[in-house]
Design a protein around this ligand. Structure first.
Ligand SMILES: *Cc1c(COP(=O)(O)O)cnc(C)c1O
Length: 219
C-alpha cells in the first residue's frame, strides 16, 4: 500500500479532536513529501540533526515536532523552527530551551514527558517532579517556553489492560493540571500499536510512524 493510502486509512480512524503526528524518523525526504502531498503537516522526528536536514529541504509550512530524548547541547540546532518538543524531562532542559528561544525571539511550546511505563529505560518525570517544576518560582521566570501538555509512552507489551492502565494514569494527571492551567491542552499518547486505546483514554495527539511509513530498518 502507498504512503498516501496508509495515511488516509489511519486518519479515517481518528476522531476530529485528535491531532496526528506522522513519525517520519529514519525515512527519506521523498516519503515525507508524499505524506505532505496527501495533506499531512505535522511530522515527528527523534533526532535533532535528522530533523534539521529535513526541515531545510521540505516546505516551510510543516510543523516539526521533536518526539525523542533531547540532549541539552543540541537544543540550539532546532530552536529556530521547532513547533513542539514532546520529550521535556528535566528543569535543566527547560531552562536551555528557554535560553535558545530567547535568542530567536520565540516562545517554544513544550510537553512534559511523564514516566508511565513499567520499563526502567523509558525517560520521564513522575508526578512529584512535575509539581515541583510547575510550582517553582524559577519556572515562572521562563518567559520563552510554554508548557502546553503532557506526553507519555506505555510499556511495550501485548497486555492491553496494562497499557490502558498506564494511559489512564497519565490522563488523570493531565486532567488535574488542566483544571488549573489553561495552556495545558495537549495529551500526547498513542503510537501505531496502542493509539486506539490511547484515544479511548483521552489522548488528543497520537504519534504514528510504522502504520503510515512502514517498518523502520534501523533502530
Ligand atoms: C518512533 C516513535 C513513535 C512511533 O512509533 P510507531 O510504533 O512506529 O508508530 C512514537 N513516539 C515516539 C516517542 C517514538 O520514538
Amino acid at each position: 500500500m502507498s504512503i498516501e493510502k496508509k495515511l488516509l486509512a489511519v486518519k479515517n480512524t481518528l476522531p476530529s479532536h485528535v491531532d496526528l503526528v506522522a513519525v517520519s524518523k529514519t525515512k527519506p525526504v521523498a516519503d515525507l513529501q508524499e505524506a505532505y502531498d496527501t495533506g499531512q503537516r505535522i511530522f515527528g522526528e527523534n533526532k535533532i540533526q535528522e530533523m534539521s536536514q529535513k526541515w531545510e529541504v521540505l516546505p516551510k509550512d510543516i510543523e516539526w515536532h521533536m518526539i525523542g530524548h533531547v540532549q541539552r547541547n543540541k537544543v540550539k540546532y532546532m530552536a529556530e523552527y521547532v513547533s513542539l518538543i514532546h520529550g521535556v524531562d528535566s528543569f535543566r532542559l527547560l531552562k536551555e530551551i528557554n535560553k535558545q528561544a530567547v535568542k530567536h525571539d520565540r516562545i517554544i511550546e513544550c510537553l512534559l514527558q511523564i514516566h508511565i511505563a513499567e520499563e526502567e529505560t523509558k525517560f520521564g518525570l513522575d508526578t512529584n517532579e512535575v509539581n515541583e517544576i510547575l510550582n517553582s518560582s524559577e519556572f515562572s521566570d521562563l518567559k520563552n517556553i510554554k508548557i502546553v501538555g503532557l506526553m507519555g509512552m506505555a510499556t511495550f507489551t501485548d497486555n492491553r489492560d496494562q497499557v490502558r492502565k498506564e494511559f489512564k494514569h497519565l490522563n488523570t494527571l493531565f486532567s488535574t493540571l488542566n483544571a488549573n492551567m489553561p495552556d495545558m491542552k495537549i495529551l500526547s499518547m498513542g503510537m501505531s500499536g496502542d493509539y486506539q486505546i490511547a484515544i479511548e483514554e483521552g489522548s488528543t495527539m497520537v504519534r504514528i510512524g510504522s502504520s503510515i511509513f512502514g517498518a523502520r530498518n534501523t533502530h
